[in-house]
Design a protein around this ligand. Structure first.
Ligand code: G1P
Length: 296
């Protein structure tokens, strides 16, 4: 079955980036010349997603404006002969149909996903946590869509993490089926290292069957008093198959200041126009700078 819809969870307050997120959605933070959220939208579009359900909240209007048309700007760029830029600006609103639904209260990721239920309906869908960027995002999601189709079940992107990191992620308990593919028995949200069932952590891409909505409706508040998606998946895994796909390549966390810096640096180094100059700059900087002397 072709998966046509995706949910992008974009309702978080971005407290880790305050004060800038006081009046600017975290999802609009730049990663080079694109806002963070554009990477997820492009990835979804490249994988054939036709409708994106963006779950937003109060104070996120800039996201809607960004993916809308701005005809005067396109005209101005065209008149100035900036045809490439004009096309780029125009293309943003053709990537996919995007509809916006607001999560009225910050009750957790599971609750945010549940807000999209009436638009998703009774079909499987992809879910993006836009803070997470993947080196080979399109390849990873395509593979996950394929696993969902072949094995008839939900699929979660997973990656091994160190013991010190397990308490930052949802962790799976699973049985290996084949290279990079696991059948999930259980999941636990952000366990202390002593209680983690493995070192395989959930990263921000999911392909879910609509049965997840029924489970999320039943889930009581969990970690941090929030309705956790991981708790919904835990119930789902008792009723139908849920798979973990151990993807190849890097995953970047642009949702924290250090992670955002690392993501920016990685993207800049990989960029053919910026890369050589930035690499040179970093090498020189590292030679000159030993210890940080000023705090940010
Ligand atoms: C969320 C999920 C967690 C997952 C993580 C991946 O947590 O709840 O299971 O491992 O995303 O980035 P958050 O980072 O929103 O606290």
């Amino acid at each position: 079955m072709k998966i046509r819809k995706a949910v992008i969870a974009a309702a978080g307050w971005g407290t880790r980036f305050l004060p800038i997120t006081k009046s600017m959605p975290k999802e609009m933070l730049p990663l080079l010349n694109k806002p963070l959220i554009q990477y997820s939208v492009e990835e979804a579009a490249a994988c054939g997603i036709e409708l994106i359900v963006m779950v937003t909240a109060l104070g996120k209007r800039e996201i809607e404006d960004y993916f809308d048309r701005r005809v005067e700007l396109e005209n101005m760029l065209t008149e100035k002969g900036e045809h490439k830029l004009a096309r780029e600006v125009r293309c943003l609103c053709d990537l996919a149909d995007i509809c916006y639904i607001r999560q009225k209260e910050q009750l957790g990721l599971g609750h945010a996903v549940l807000s999209a239920k009436s638009i998703i309906g009774d079909e499987p869908f992809a879910l993006f946590l836009p803070d997470d960027l993947f080196e080979y995002g399109e390849v990873v999601l395509r593979r996950m869509l394929d696993i969902c189709d072949r094995h008839n079940g939900s699929v979660i992107a997973v990656k091994p993490v160190t013991e010190a990191e397990v308490s930052r992620y949802g962790i799976i308990d699973s049985r290996k089926l084949e290279d990079r593919l696991y059948q999930i028995n259980d999941l636990v949200e952000k366990p202390p290292p002593s209680e983690a069932p493995s070192n395989l952590a959930i990263m921000g891409r999911y392909v879910l069957t609509p049965a997840i909505f029924r489970e999320l409706e039943q889930v009581p508040p969990g970690k941090n008093g929030e309705i956790q998606l991981t708790d919904g998946l835990r119930r789902l895994a008792q009723r139908e198959p849920v798979y973990g796909y151990e993807f190849m390549g890097e995953r970047y966390d642009a949702g924290t200041i250090p992670g955002w810096l690392e993501t920016t640096a990685a993207l800049a180094l990989r960029n053919p126009e910026l890369g050589p100059r930035f690499r040179n700059y970093l090498n020189n900087l590292l030679q000159r700078t030993k210890e940080p002397t000023i705090s940010p």
